[in-house]
Structures are given as structure tokens and as C-alpha cells.
Design a protein around this ligand. Structure first.
Ligand code: ADP
Ligand code: ADP
Length: 227
């Protein structure tokens, strides 16, 4: 069955209904692009799938268990251990070096310093960032910073990586390159990737794309049972 599933979820901001009975199934190891017009509900859907928002109605399932009904503490814990995030204005800490930023999720997960920095260094190599470990984030190009964000998202070896317009601030060629690196590494690791994008070149790297329109999702697999 699917690794992650939204079943008929609603979500509003005040009077604005962002999601209307949205349903989506994501298979293990799948690279899924979520496309659709601006304001259609893509980001809200991603945040609900990632347990950052809870839906007003409907269900979210991850790995055979309800995600939306977990306590805040358990949901945060799950996000930290099983999920990675690549957002456009990501969580990179400008005061810290590149190596510190990538090691941070491991240090927060109570890995030893030596192991954390060793693993971080390995990921910097895989993202073609060798030699940049001691730089500050502000000293990087947009494409380099986004690759650091990917290294940071993958370093904990998450089951799912959530990416929201990860190439939005980059020119098209750089964006495509960044996406190819993310997808290539995800495939090697068997990581599931869910990427919100309006860029057809980015979506072309995915296994499958679904469309969100007016808070609804077109997904032929949405009816599949969870295990
Ligand atoms: P997309 O990612 O497709 O651009 P969003 O999920 O960001 O769409 O937004 C869906 C709808 O919800 C839009 O109408 C948007 O204006 C509204 N919305 C999103 N975030 C907020 C918010 N924090 N407060 C009020 N309305 C919001
Ligand atoms: P805690 O409650 O334990 O401090 P958080 O809920 O703040 O943990 O975040 C746990 C992890 O989930 C973070 O490492 C971060 O990568 C991710 N995360 C949480 N909220 C967001 C968000 N709004 N945008 C991107 N990533 C997030």
C-alpha cells in the first residue's frame, strides 16, 4: 500500500478554504511532483502531508498509522526522524557554517559530534559542495545554498523528503541541476520525494505528477487502501 496518504482532507484559513476533500496516495520510493496554479492549495497540502498543519477534516496516514491524530510531540518527533524538508527559504542558519548547518539535524538527534561532522562531510561531497564546509551560508550562490538545504534534508536518511518550490529562486538551468541531484540521491537511498513546483522542467524529473486545482487533487491512486 501507499507510504503516505491524504484521505478527503479539508483545510481553511479563516473564510478561505484551501483544501476541499483532497485525496492523494504516495507509494514508497516514489518521486511525486505536485503541480497546479498559484493559490490552488499545493503548499497547504504539502504541509498537511508533512504533519506541519493538521487538516480540519479527513485523515492523513503515514506508514500504516494516522499522522493527523498524533500528539504535537509525537508528530514533531516523527518529522525530525522520518522526514526531511527542502523549502525555498529553507531553515539554513546564516550565522553557522555550511558544515554546521548540515550536521545540525544529527546533533539535534543526539549523534556524537565527530560522527555528525563526518556524515555531513560525506553529504557535502555527494552534492558537489566539497571545500565549502567552512563557508557561511551568505557566501554561497543560490544553487549552492539550495544544495546545502538538500544535504541537510537527507543527512538523517529520512523516509520522505518534502520540497516546496525548491528551485523557485534559481534560474531554470540551475534549478533543473539541483532537482536532478535531489532525485538522483533520493533514488539511491530509496527515499520518497514529494515536491511542489510550478516548473515543468522540475516536474519532468519526477515519476508522476498530480494536479491541484481549487483545493482538489487529481490522483487516480487516491482510492488505494492503506495496507
Ligand atoms: P499554492 O501553494 O498552490 O500557491 P496555498 O496552499 O499556499 O496554495 O494557498 C491556498 C489558498 O489558501 C490560497 O487562496 C491562499 O491565499 C490561502 N492561504 C494560504 N496560506 C494562508 C494564510 N496563512 N492565511 C490566509 N490564507 C492563506
Ligand atoms: P520541535 O518541536 O522538536 O522543535 P519542530 O516541529 O520545530 O521540532 O521541527 C522538527 C523538524 O521538522 C525540523 O527539523 C524541521 O526540519 C521540520 N519542520 C518543522 N516545521 C517546519 C516548517 N514550517 N518548515 C520546514 N520544516 C519544518
Amino acid at each position: 500500500g501507499p507510504l503516505l496518504k491524504a484521505r478527503s482532507i479539508d483545510r481553511s484559513y479563516g473564510l478561505t478554504q484551501a483544501l476541499r476533500e483532497a485525496s492523494l496516495s504516495v507509494a514508497p520510493g516514489e518521486i511525486l511532483a505536485i503541480m497546479g496554479p498559484s493559490g490552488s492549495g499545493k503548499s497547504t497540502l504539502l504541509h498537511c502531508l508533512a504533519g506541519i498543519f493538521t487538516p480540519d477534516a479527513g485523515e492523513v496516514w503515514f506508514d500504516g498509522r494516522r499522522l493527523d491524530t498524533l500528539s504535537d510531540t509525537r508528530r514533531s518527533e516523527l518529522r525530525r526522524t522520518a522526514f526531511g524538508f527542502v523549502f525555498q527559504f529553507g531553515q539554513l542558519v546564516p550565522e553557522l557554517t555550511v558544515a554546521d548547518n548540515v550536521a545540525l539535524p544529527l546533533l539535534l538527534g543526539r549523534a556524537g559530534r565527530r560522527q555528525a561532522y563526518q556524515r555531513a562531510g560525506g553529504w557535502l561531497g555527494r552534492l558537489e559542495l566539497d571545500g565549502l564546509g567552512e563557508r557561511r551560508i551568505g557566501e554561497l550562490s543560490g544553487g549552492q545554498a539550495q544544495r546545502v538545504a538538500i544535504a541537510r534534508a537527507l543527512v538523517t536518511r529520512p523516509k520522505v523528503v518534502f520540497a516546496d518550490e525548491p528551485t523557485g529562486a534559481l534560474d531554470s538551468l540551475t534549478g533543473e541541476k539541483v532537482m536532478e541531484l535531489l532525485v538522483g540521491l533520493a533514488r539511491e537511498e530509496g527515499t520518497t520525494v514529494i515536491v511542489v513546483t510550478h516548473d515543468a522542467r522540475v516536474a519532468a524529473c519526477a515519476d508522476r505528477e498530480v494536479m491541484v486545482r481549487d483545493g482538489k487533487v487529481t490522483d487516480p491512486y487516491a482510492g488505494e487502501a492503506v495496507r
